[in-house]
Design a protein. Sequence first.
Length: 144
Amino acid sequence: MHLFDALEFLAELTQHIPPTRVQLIRRYGLYSSRTKGRWPKMPHVAARAPQGWRASHSSDTANHEDLGFEPLDDGEEVTVNDRKRALARLLPKVYEIDPLVCPKCRWAMKIIAVIQDPGEIRDILAHLVKAGRAPPGFDPALLN
């Protein structure tokens, strides 16, 4: 048991008060407040849900043909531009900051390429280390 004096207690207590208008818990998809309780009326959700979810929820969902909704085929291709737009839209929601805004001038940036080749990434990082502009917290020993 720890006894606080009044000022210590207030200092400890105020550390847990969030800033004004900040929502600390965000839920998307099945657990968002807009969809909760409406799952059985969403056949596209029931069609893609895991078996455990289907077993725990009622099976009286409507057929997707009744609503005129056709779920996406799993093999359907999404264009590169659609993927870029989706990434640009979702990143600010997930990280609560917009990574596509320049931190220096606050101007909007665009994604022009996504580099996935490990060799190219290693070359870029080696160049940044050599130029003295390595990413924060990056260990140059990882390049060897």
